[in-house]
Design a binder for this molecule. Sequence first.
Ligand SMILES: [Fe+2]
Length: 178
Amino acid sequence: MSEELFEKAGIFAESLYKCTPKEHHPNLLQHVSLVFEYGVKLAKENDADETVVGLASILHDIGKVRGKDNHALSSAELSASFVKRLPLEMSQKKLIIKAIRSHDNEFSREDDEPEVKIVQSADALSRLFEPGWEQVNWSQIPREYIEKHYNKFDSKLTFEAARELAKERMAELKKHLE
Ligand SMILES: [Fe+2]
């Protein structure tokens, strides 16, 4: 059942990701599949709703088609009518939209549901485990850029098991700030 829904959402989302200007995100499709992978893994291992997490992960960045600013809100808006038609409980549909909107720190809260925290954390994990990490020439990256990302990941890793997964990479990033 979930697989079918994931496939359907994938087709819908891909049509938007393919229209998203490269400058808003150079590897958007690769990023989204990594968020999905980490999200579903964390949901499975921690008894969270895998369908909610998987669908929200697939859809979370579709708003970038309208630009990077406020993209979490645009993603939630653009997902609304698609999610509404899915054969799911109303509570699941609400949670999917909430997880999409709240993957941006501005809308997330400490008492968010595990599904919301998982999607937000998986977004950070996907960046931390992007292919090519080993080849990064850190000396060429401005300190402010590393710091900005470190702080962003730190605030997005709201799910404990995800923080644990990210621990080594975060420590490595921090080393470049010393
Ligand atoms: Fe993202």
